[in-house]
Design a protein around this ligand. Structure first.
Ligand SMILES: Cc1cc2nc3c(=O)[nH]c(=O)nc-3n(C[C@H](O)[C@H](O)[C@H](O)COP(=O)(O)O)c2cc1C
Length: 276
């Protein structure tokens, strides 16, 4: 990673030295920031130095050109909260595929999701062909069929799902035209969480793109162990599926926000007695 500082536009405000989590940028005697060559290897490429520089004096490469932000990017909290709370799992989709460009625009947002150590390990498999989504649902049912007999803790639930499938209902992928499968390097203990965070960004931003999603838990569980599904997905060597999500254009629009359990919080703070 190369960090350059244009001393003509730098005002010496020292914000970059403060926000650099790796201590790569330090103030010189005159208060001007300078890159510490001895620790530059600790830079994780998070770009905070560039993002927070108020005059654009600092550039980090090889990252692409950073996008300038308008002065106020905040949204009214009530509006944003309502948007978040009105997201629903979509289990009824309009027929027909979503163009690749729209799905790419959605994934582009998830590209900016946080990742441990800014590792950015997430790559995507997009099952774009609705017929292949249907095939995957069938393979998951095969997996369930094997587990629906015997003493598997989910055997009763799986037997019901298999019966529903046999009765003509797609209880696995819900007739969604597409599936998103983020995949991560095998053996990386943080990466599966990174993938779930990225998928959560997709989940939350999808309605703004006129799209709906549903976490595909059964597809995910089968993809972790069931060889026929793993073969069908054919992820690159050394990559593991992290989760799966259905995607398409929703058939219905919610009109209300359903109730949820009340907030349960334990506040941990020093008691008055301790503070005295
Ligand atoms: C990890 C996870 C796995 C899920 N798996 C499935 C699934 O396989 N099939 C399904 O229809 N819904 C699935 N869901 C959706 C939940 O049932 C749904 O989030 C919950 O009922 C609350 O509804 P809401 O998302 O509309 O608020 C899953 C949700 C999560 C978070």
């Amino acid at each position: 990673m190369t960090i350059t500082i244009d001393q003509d536009t730098c005002t010496g405000c020292a914000v970059c030295t403060d926000v650099c989590q790796a201590g790569v940028i330090r103030p010189e005697q005159d208060g001007r920031p300078a890159v510490r060559d001895d620790v530059v290897g600790a830079c994780i490429g998070c770009g905070h130095c560039e993002a927070y520089c108020p005059t654009g004096a600092l550039l980090m490469r090889p990252a692409g050109a950073s996008a300038p932000l308008a002065a106020d990017t905040t949204l009214p909290p009530e509006r944003l909260a309502t948007y978040f709370m009105s997201r629903r799992s979509v289990r009824h989709y309009q027929p027909g595929p979503v163009p690749r460009e729209r799905i790419e625009a959605l994934l582009e947002v998830a590209r900016f999701a946080p990742s441990g150590g800014n590792g950015q390990p997430v790559e995507w498999l997009v099952v774009h062909d609705p017929e292949q989504v249907r095939t995957i649902a069938g393979i998951v049912i095969d997996w369930m069929r094997g587990l629906s007999v015997g003493d598997h803790p989910m055997s009763g639930r799986y037997a019901g799902l298999v019966a529903a499938w046999d009765g003509g209902r797609d209880v696995i992928c819900r007739g969604a035209p597409h599936l998103l499968i983020p995949h991560v390097p095998a053996g990386n203990p943080i990466a599966p969480t990174d993938a779930v965070i990225a998928l959560t960004h997709v989940d939350l931003v999808a309605p703004a793109f006129g799209l709906g999603t549903c976490w595909a838990g059964f597809v995910a569980m089968a993809s972790w162990t069931y060889a026929p599904l793993r073969e069908y997905l054919s992820l690159p060597a050394g990559r593991e599926p992290a989760y799966a999500m259905m995607l398409g254009r929703p058939r219905y629009t919610p009109a209300r926000i359903p109730e949820r359990r009340p907030l349960r919080v334990t506040w941990m703070e020093r008691g008055e007695a301790e503070e005295k």
